[in-house]
Design a protein. Structure first.
Length: 140
């Protein structure tokens, strides 16, 4: 039996996941990190992307997070996310609409648009769609 680590994924709205896992992969600010039981403690910021919680050799739960913080202790991983959603619960229509709106804002050359905000919205929508696509194709 593989060693496990307890994982909590919490958003501003609710606890999204709590359980044990063999491995957690998260999009840290400086690159993707993999965490297993007995990992050295650390704290880092997370960027928008996919968190994968490998429960067993064949079972993995994918989540989309919009950023947040990751705390690692030897037997506990805590992800405090601004927004966290199970991949299967991502609203594809809303993500496509957000992507379209962000692209329209970026195309606006009048100077009345906050381009940094539009780029952040576009990146978030694209990451949601990628996470959903990977989940549906079974690559999560």
């Amino acid at each position: 039996m593989a060693m496990t680590i307890h994982v909590d994924i919490v958003s501003a709205e609710a606890e999204v996941y709590s359980g044990t896992a063999e491995m957690v992969v998260a999009p840290a600010e400086m690159g993707e990190v993999g965490i297993a039981a007995r990992h050295a403690p650390f704290l880092t910021r997370l960027k928008p992307g996919e968190v994968r919680v490998k429960v067993s050799g064949t079972e993995t739960h994918p989540f989309y997070i919009s950023g947040g913080m990751l705390e690692v202790q030897p037997q506990l991983v805590t992800i405090l996310a601004d927004t966290a959603v199970r991949a299967k619960d991502i609203d594809e229509a809303a993500a496509l609409d957000a992507k379209r709106k962000a692209e329209e804002m970026l195309a606006d050359k009048t100077g009345k648009v906050d381009y940094a905000y539009a780029q952040a919205q576009l990146a978030e929508a694209v990451m949601q769609l990628r996470t959903l696509e990977k989940y549906r194709s079974g690559r999560a």
